[in-house]
Every structure is written in C-alpha cells, then in structure tokens.
Design a protein around this ligand. Structure first.
Ligand SMILES: Nc1ncnc2c1ncn2[C@@H]1O[C@H](COP(=O)(O)OP(=O)(O)OP(=O)(O)O)[C@@H](O)[C@H]1O
Length: 328
C-alpha cells in the first residue's frame, strides 16, 4: 500500500508533503470550479478544425477559445485564411469541429444528431451571408421570405405570422418593400430583408459573415444600424465577421483571429469627462491569455522591437515586462 493510499505523509524530497486528504481537497476544488464559459451564451473551448485535402492537412482552427456573453454585439476580424469563416460555419451548425468543445445557448455543437442540428439551425441561430443572393429565395417576396422560417417551424397562426413579418420588416426599415422580390431590391435592401428572415424565429444569436462585403460604405452603415437595432430592441446576440474597419470600430468588442486562434481584442467604452460632461469612446487593446498561460503578442509590436523566438521577462508587482532577447 502506498503512502498516498493510506493517507500518510509522503515525502517529495523538496520539503513539502502531499497527503491523500490534500489530493482529495484539490480534486474537490477543481470539481467545484465552474466549467470554462459556463455563463457565456457562446463558449468555444480549445476548438480545432483540421481539413484534409489530397492528403494535405490544413489546421484552420488551432485551439481557439472564445466566450460571448448574452446580449453582446461583437466583430470578428482577421487576415484572409485566419479561420473566421471556419469558426462561423461551426457556430452556424453547418460544419463540425475536429476537437475541442463548443456550446451555443446550451446546445453542444459536437454532440448534436441530425434532428437536433436542424432544430438548432432553424431556431437557435440566424445566419446572414455576404452574397446577398444567397440569403433570400428569388421567387418569393420580402414578406414571403420572412414568413417561410415560421411556416417551416409551424409557428403561430397566419395572422400572427403576418403581424410578425410586418413588425420585423418595419424594424429593418424596409416595410415598403414587403411585396417585392429580391431582384426588385438593391443589395442593401436585400441584406436588411435577410436580417428580418434570420430574426423570424427569435434566434438567440445572429451570425453574419462579411454582411457588408458587397456594399458601398453608406449602405454598409445602414446594414450595421439594422444589426444594432436587432441587438438593442430584441436583445439578440450578434457576431459579425468583417473586413470593414468602420464596422469593427463601432462595436464595443472586436476580437482578432490569427492563425486559427483568438489573438487580441479591443474593448471600447464610453467615458464622460467630469469637468465638461463630454462623452468620448476609449478603446483599449488586450491580448488573450489561454489557460496554459500562452499569449500571442501582436505582430506589429514584436516586429517593431525585432522580437523573435525568445524574449526576456520580468515580473513586477503589477505587470510583466517583456524585452527583446539581450543574448542574441
Ligand atoms: N473546406 C475546406 N477544405 C480545405 N481547406 C479549407 C476549407 N475551408 C477552409 N480551409 C482552409 O482553412 C483555412 C482557414 O480558412 P477560412 O475560410 O476559415 O479563413 P477566413 O479567415 O474566413 O478567410 P477569408 O477572410 O479569406 O474568408 C485556410 O487555410 C483555408 O484554405
């Protein structure tokens, strides 16, 4: 019988001793700790997605962590190929991760069967694509497009559905287009109708992949305002992938993805000057620290100080200093 099994003190050689009671206490405290992201609406935990094409593996997501709280309106940014669309397709229930964990509104995205997946796509998430033509059925009017998800779900009586269609189209400021088909609308109008379609079954989350990518800046501004209304008036959580710096600057939280991982994030808050009462938005950049203590420093920072491979660290009372390697 070992010391640990008897609960007796076992010497470690370093002067400290661990007893079975210590181990049990540590295990109990680990069990008592809430799971990562337990209170978040979207929780991605070390998400991995590997694509294999012709025997070549591409790691599109390399252990990505992301938490999004209910009611958030946030932007995801990143260079082409960084993994944004891969993440969005997983969150939309269109693709499955290779490893890791992902939960949206209590649904475990790795454990859903075909029936649950269909329910998830119809009721929990709403999706808006960049290509305006992909969001709407061309032979249906705006009102019919918005009504369709409710009909497929068997939701409400006809009169209730009509009232909800009109309410959503009015909220998106396209009420006058209710009887037009997509070909009779501009790209921006189609995207606003598409948001109404995505909201039809009251999803918890709206996901949009480059929704303003095909539009000019004035129209893009209108689309962004429509997302903001959905967020403020209905409380819907909104995640937008965008290359558009104006959109990224207007949200409270912008998360950057680099090489399949969340790398940095910018949080913006409104501050009021005590003397003048004037409001201003203050933006602050943060780096993501994962549970293993890994940190991605922004490329422009490391490049400007020629930091490579190894850096010098120093722990101060309230911060950690990072310097270029002095032994190079
Ligand atoms: N179905 C697939 N098969 C093979 N490789 C894929 C597939 N989808 C994505 N990839 C690869 O995964 C990586 C991430 O792609 P992803 O489309 O997620 O990037 P992105 O950040 O959305 O890029 P963009 O801004 O150009 O849309 C890329 O290297 C891409 O080539």
């Amino acid at each position: 019988m070992t010391d640990a099994m008897t609960g007796a003190t076992s010497g470690t050689g370093s002067g400290t001793a661990t007893t079975l009671a210590d181990l049990e206490r540590a295990a109990a405290s680990r069990r008592a700790k809430p799971a990562f992201g337990h209170d978040a609406l979207i929780a991605c935990d070390r998400l991995v997605r590997v694509f294999t094409t012709d025997g070549v593996e591409v790691q599109a997501l390399q252990g990505l962590d992301l938490l999004v709280q209910e009611g958030d309106l946030m932007a995801l940014v990143g260079a082409s190929g960084s993994g944004k669309s891969t993440l969005m397709n997983i969150l939309a229930g269109l693709d499955e991760p290779t490893a890791g964990a992902a939960k949206v509104a209590g649904c475990d995205l790795l454990a859903m069967g075909a029936k649950e997946r269909l329910h998830y796509r119809r009721n929990v998430v709403g999706f808006i694509w960049q290509q305006t033509a992909r969001n709407l059925l061309p032979y249906l009017t705006a009102a019919q497009n918005v009504a369709l998800p409710m009909q497929l779900k068997g939701r409400g009586k006809n009169a209730e559905r009509v009232a909800r269609v009109d309410h959503l189209l009015a909220m998106m400021e396209v009420a006058e287009l209710r009887d037009r088909r997509p070909a009779q609308m501009s790209g921006g109008q189609q995207q606003r109708v598409a948001i109404a379609v995505a909201l039809a079954n009251e999803p918890s989350v709206l996901l949009a992949d480059e929704p303003t990518g095909e539009l000019d800046s004035v129209t893009a501004e209108q689309i962004f305002a429509a997302f903001r209304r959905a967020n403020e008036e209905l409380g819907t959580t909104v995640v937008i992938v965008t290359h558009d710096q104006t959109v990224a600057d207007e949200v409270r939280r912008t998360v950057a993805i680099r090489d399949g991982r969340t790398s940095t994030e910018v949080l913006r808050r409104t501050e009021v000057d005590a003397a003048t009462g004037q409001e201003s938005v203050v933006a602050r950049e943060y780096a993501m620290l994962d549970r293993a203590g890994r940190l991605q420093l922004p490329q422009e920072y490391t490049e400007s100080l020629d930091m490579r491979h190894r850096v010098m660290l120093e722990l101060e009372s309230d911060h950690i200093g990072v310097w270029p390697d002095d032994q190079k």
